[in-house]
Design a protein around this ligand. Structure first.
Ligand code: LLP
Length: 421
């Protein structure tokens, strides 16, 4: 458990605030974020790379609550966005447009127009077709589209197959072999400025080696572009920095990461950007849930809780491990699955686990839920999405209200012919 979450007199606290008291006040399921952890992680990474004064673009897909984005922006972070909606959020949270980079394989014309009008730092371009599209939209709007081509270095990041992006078979980026041609194309298209090169390998990456390997692969192209193109000044090395999900897991140490990437980055002498998300938000958040029932069948015990796959999709989607602890410490243990009320066998938060034995009415905390937790939540089974709280020392504030059933049906219309035959 990270230091911002700890037991005080046997009760789990987020910084100085009792998680039990938060659950009483705001109900469950409830996401709780520690502001101090967000800031500590930002500082640790920034300090490790200080020599090259990097620009950190916080990947807001990992947690796009406005209060979280603003906390990061106040530290100096920009934003890595992947949709018009995320760009809207970043701007709303006060991120300067020239500190925003925009990735994603399917940017629409409307999204490109919006980003051009806002004047973002650059587009991370994922295909030749996108170069054409940004060029023609920039011309139509009478402005310049700054671009960095996302080069796929074909390095295995050793992650789950759904979260690896930098291998040759993935849909992301342009192969290194094709990249030179894509840059040629960009240099000849009107309305574009070739600003840099981007790479992202996948996530979560627990070792610095894949980053070093990938950098070595893109270094010659970067050096060549820097020599030949005066506007080519930026290298964005992506995100994916791993965190500890298990108590016995060693997280990626920013100092080891820095030691692995700094020699190449220093030699290249470009402005360096990074775009981690989970590294800041993952262990900044937990999901509090109340036990409803304990059920046994001939094979196993089920702890049935009020949070479900619609609240935290990572366990069923990636078989991801999230540590589960009791909010009020107990020495008793049971063996079983933690499952939610959603009507799917895949609705589990933990499988075959030794767990704290908490009785119905008691509280559990699902740890490391700050990244890709709430943002991947849905209304499946017409379950309103959970409330979100941010803690700052002794203070706690609601940063997103729990969705009501009315919220769930808002926007739906019943045509007057649904009841005619
Ligand atoms: N940059 C790009 C271009 C990305 O695609 C991603 C993540 C990031 C940065 C940030 O990755 P991070 O530092 O947060 O690991 N839902 C999955 C993760 C999907 C990641 C998608 N792209 C999960 O829950 O593990």
């Amino acid at each position: 458990m990270v230091p911002e979450f700890s037991y005080r007199n046997g009760v789990l606290h987020a910084e100085g605030v009792s998680v039990e008291a938060l659950a009483e006040q705001y109900g469950t399921p409830l996401y709780v974020y520690s502001r101090a952890h967000l800031i500590a992680q930002y500082r640790a990474l920034h300090t490790a790379l200080e020599r090259i004064n990097p620009q950190i673009y916080f990947a807001i897909k990992s947690n796009s609550n406005l209060a979280v984005i603003q906390t990061m922006a106040a530290q100096g972070a920009g934003a890595d966005v992947v949709s018009g909606g995320e760009l809207f959020r970043a701007r709303k949270a006060g991120v300067a447009a020239d500190k925003i980079v925009f990735a994603g394989v399917g940017k629409t014309e409307a999204e490109i127009d919006y980003a051009l009008r806002e004047g973002i730092h650059f587009f991370t371009v994922e295909s030749e077709g996108e170069l054409d599209r940004i060029s023609s939209r920039a011309q139509a709007l009478g402005c310049t589209g700054r671009i960095a081509i996302r080069v796929n270095p074909d390095v295995d990041p050793h992650t789950h197959k759904y979260t690896s992006t930098g291998k040759a078979e993935n849909k992301f980026g342009v192969d290194l072999a094709r990249a030179e041609k894509a840059y040629e194309q960009a240099l000849h298209l009107p309305g574009l400025e070739v600003a840099g090169l981007h790479m992202h390998l996948g996530s979560p990456i627990m070792s610095p080696t894949p980053y070093a390997e990938a950098l070595e692969k893109v270094q010659p192209l970067c050096a060549q572009l820097k020599r030949e193109v005066s506007t080519f000044q930026y290298l964005d090395i992506g995100g994916g920095l791993g965190i500890a999900y298990r108590p016995d897991e060693a997280p990626l140490d920013p100092r080891d990461f820095a030691a692995a990437v700094l020699p190449t980055l220093h030699a290249l002498d470009l402005h360096v950007g990074l775009e981690p998300g989970r590294f800041f938000t993952g262990n900044a958040g937990l999901l509090v849930t109340r036990v409803e029932y304990i059920k046994e069948n001939p094979f196993k015990q089920f702890v049935i809780v009020d949070a479900a796959m619609n609240d935290l999709l990572r366990p069923p989607l990636y078989e991801a491990y999230h540590e589960i602890v009791a909010v009020v410490e107990t020495p008793d243990r049971l063996q079983g699955d933690v499952v939610g009320p959603v009507c799917e066998s895949g609705d589990f938060l933990a499988a075959n686990r030794e767990l704290p034995a908490v009785s119905p009415g008691g509280l559990l905390a699902v740890m490391s839920a700050g990244a890709y937790g709430f943002v991947m939540a849905s209304n499946y089974n017409t379950r309103g999405r959970a409330a979100e709280i941010m803690v700052n020392g002794e203070r706690a504030e609601l940063v997103r209200a729990r969705e009501t059933w009315d919220d769930c049906v808002r926007g739906e219309r019943i045509p007057d012919w649904t009841v005619t035959h």
